[in-house]
Design a protein around this ligand. Structure first.
Ligand code: BO1
Ligand code: ZN
Length: 230
């Protein structure tokens, strides 16, 4: 069925139609609510992250493309193992406001850590960012954000462990990239424990993307969200 010819389409479908993605039905981000999550024992997450990696930070602000500040990490800098599969960290980046909603509420920012396995299957670890104390680990990035797509910021020693909480409770579901080409089959692990940043750090990012760079939430279409948050 081509959604392009369906009238009265729910608003949530609008950007799928715009992007001629009719037929793709397992998209991200989503609204994670207590009434659409199922509690259970989830398989353990094993992060193996460098405490001192180099970052190449770019501003990928081209309209119609992935619009964010992205930190490319050195090869071998990090991995996650889950359900017997190991995925290597390729990059992390941010969205404002958060793309995933928590009980229909956005937070000021969301972190995405993008991992890829030997077969190029993608797994994204998401983490909500709230207003709080200055985030010292992220200060070298947020105090020197690349202002244009021509800018590169080199960070020579970044502790990737600073991005991951001790408490690894999460929400897990299968979705898509949130930017073109919106490819599906992406494993999403949204950590329940938020990260804190100061208002001025958040503001520095929002200045780069005044209209935000978050995609609207997408329909679940029968998918389930699993959680081990009590
Ligand atoms: S997101 O986390 O859903 N916002 C997201 C959006 C786009 C990508 C990744 C995550 N793009 C993909 C590219 C792949 C590349 C991978 C890692 O990023 O489509 O070709 O390997 O950089
Ligand atoms: Zn993202």
């Amino acid at each position: 069925v081509s959604a392009l010819f369906v009238s009265g389409l729910p608003a949530a479908y609008a950007d799928i139609v715009d992007d001629k993605l009719a037929g793709m039905e397992a998209q991200s981000p989503i609204d994670i609510r207590s009434d659409n999550t199922f509690f259970g024992n989830l398989s353990p997450l094993t992060f193996n992250l460098s405490s001192s990696t180099t970052l190449d930070v770019i501003n990928n602000g081209s309209p119609g493309k992935e619009k964010t500040v992205r930190a490319n990490v050195a090869a071998g800098a990090g991995s996650i193992t889950v359900d017997g599969d190991t995925y290597n960290l390729a990059q992390f980046h941010f969205h404002t406001p958060s793309e995933h909603l928590e009980n229909s509420h956005a937070t000021p920012l969301e972190l995405h850590l993008v991992f890829s396995d030997a077969n190029s299957h993608l797994l994204v670890v998401g983490r909500w960012i709230n207003y709080g104390d200055t985030n010292a680990a992220l200060a070298p990035i947020f105090s020197n954000l690349p202002q244009t797509t021509a800018d590169h910021l080199a960070v020579n020693s970044f502790n990737l462990n600073s991005l991951i909480p001790d408490n690894l409770e999460s929400f897990r579901y299968t979705g898509s990239l949130t930017t073109p080409p919106f490819s599906e089959g992406v494993k999403w692990i949204d950590l329940a424990q938020p990260l804190d940043m100061s208002a001025s750090q958040v503001q520095a990012f929002q200045k780069l993307f005044p209209d935000g760079d978050a995609r609207e939430v997408q329909p679940l279409n029968g998918r389930i969200i699993l959680t081990d948050v009590p």
